[in-house]
Design a binder for this molecule. Structure first.
Ligand SMILES: [Fe+2]
Length: 176
């Protein structure tokens, strides 16, 4: 059997495959300082997230997390894998000896329980997180206190977009 080798500049002209969702493209992801401020959804005081993708069909989300304070942010457990790429600033987990540095990448395995700290002197931290499953916020013994997942993120974003005049439906452009 021979492999098809036609790579000429001719687009595919057949029917679309069944059930494939629309592509999703977000511009200016790395342009942290110049993006529309309304895209940053307040999460807690001095913490915002900018959604890039809410995958309701696979239970994950991709977002930029922006933190403008130092100190402990949260202690949490992950139910799924997390991929983090640091765009600005630095942070670490009290439980580990590595630091997430600007321009670096970190993988957080499911089941890891850790306490996120942004150190003194970091005025702004921005990290691109790809988070599958849920954050379970826990006390120092690991007892669950609250959860966060793609669905709770969507609710926060909807409320925010409505409030800032983009309309609650604006959230739909990030949902697949
Ligand atoms: Fe984490």
């Amino acid at each position: 059997m021979t492999r098809p080798t036609d790579i000429s500049a001719v687009p595919y002209s057949g029917p679309p495959l069944h059930g494939v969702p629309d592509d999703l493209v977000v511009h200016g992801v790395l342009d942290i300082d110049n993006c529309d401020e309304r895209l940053w959804v307040p999460q807690t005081k001095d913490v915002w997230f900018r959604p890039l993708l809410f995958s309701v069909s696979q239970g994950y989300f991709v977002n930029l997390l922006r933190v403008r304070k130092s100190g402990i942010l949260s202690r949490h457990r992950h139910t799924g894998p997390v991929h983090a790429t640091v765009l600005r600033g630095r942070w670490h987990y009290l439980e580990h000896d590595w630091w997430a540095e600007e321009g670096g990448y970190a993988f957080e395995p499911p089941g890891d329980i850790h306490t996120l700290e942004v150190p003194e002197g970091v005025e702004e931290m921005v990290t691109l997180f790809h988070v599958t499953g849920a954050y379970i916020y826990v006390d120092p013994k690991g007892n669950a206190q609250a959860i966060e997942d793609v669905f709770s993120k969507i609710e926060l974003a909807k409320e925010h977009f409505e409030k800032v005049g983009l309309g609650a439906d604006y959230v739909n452009r990030f949902i697949r």
